[in-house]
Design a protein around this ligand. Structure first.
Ligand code: FES
Ligand code: FES
Length: 238
């Protein structure tokens, strides 16, 4: 390019081509705009850093009050426990964290796996889905309370003899659920696969019935075949 066509952008480090050195009125206005915008941005940054350097007033942050607790009397495995609990504590967490009964397992903590199954007044319950405070005076039975001193519960013994587990994580919930299942069948409670729901009296427990009635208890190891065998053994003997 000729000397007259000096590349003005090259002054600013740009590699683009090329405007005449003698700026048109539009070019001059744009250049002035860029200069002004740069000055404004620099001013804002300086003002922010000055502001940050100012000492801040000593403002006391609000401190969250500890949650109020409520008293509950939980009867677990025949023992009465007087507890002061945050009302949001689930029965599962009260058993595990406050009473040290860690046989009851936490799998999903949202009612999907059955690992936390315990018996409350003889009925099976997902203990992760119910608040401890709602069980004032209830009789809670966990896996630790099923066996008699020196003897396994028949359902525990059947799980052992049928090898109804692998890792064992789901097993306490499976066994509690299976114990309640037998009581439900004795009481004639129908399931989703019961052929004749008008039939009164004890429900017969086919493998299909056992599988359906145990469908809320998931076993990630897939020990289902042996679990059904164990339950069938005990159902057939009682
Ligand atoms: S932990 Fe309660 S259902 Fe999974
Ligand atoms: S034995 Fe492992 S999850 Fe059931």
């Amino acid at each position: 390019m000729s000397g007259d066509n000096r590349d003005v952008r090259s002054e600013a480090g740009s590699t683009e081509t090329s405007e005449p050195a003698t700026l048109s009125p539009d070019g001059a206005a744009r250049r002035q705009f860029l200069v002004d915008a740069g000055a404004l941005a620099t001013g804002i940054a300086a003002s922010k850093s000055l502001h940050a350097a100012q000492p801040q007033p000593n403002v006391a942050l609000p401190v969250a009050a500890p949650p109020a607790t409520s008293h509950v009397r939980l009867i677990v495995n025949g023992h009465t426990n007087e507890l002061d609990l945050d009302p949001r504590v689930t029965l599962l967490d009260a058993l595990r964290e406050r009473l040290g009964l860690t046989g009851t397992k936490k799998g999903c903590d949202r009612g999907q796996c059955g690992a936390c199954t315990v018996l409350v007044n003889g009925r099976r319950v997902n203990s992760c889905l119910t608040l401890a405070l709602s069980h004032e005076g209830d009789e809670v039975l966990t896996i630790e309370g099923l066996a008699s001193p020196g003897a396994l519960h028949p359902m525990q013994a059947a799980f052992v003899s049928r090898d109804g587990y692998q890792c064992g994580y789901c097993t306490p919930g499976q066994i509690c659920s299976a114990v309640a299942l037998l009581d439900e069948a004795r009481a004639g409670t129908a399931s989703a696969v019961t052929r004749d729901v008008r039939k009164l009296g004890r429900a017969s427990l086919s493998d299909e019935e056992i599988r359906e009635r145990m469908s809320g208890n998931i076993c990630r190891c897939g020990a289902y075949v042996n679990i059904v065998s164990a339950i069938r053994d005990v159902a057939g003997s009682g």
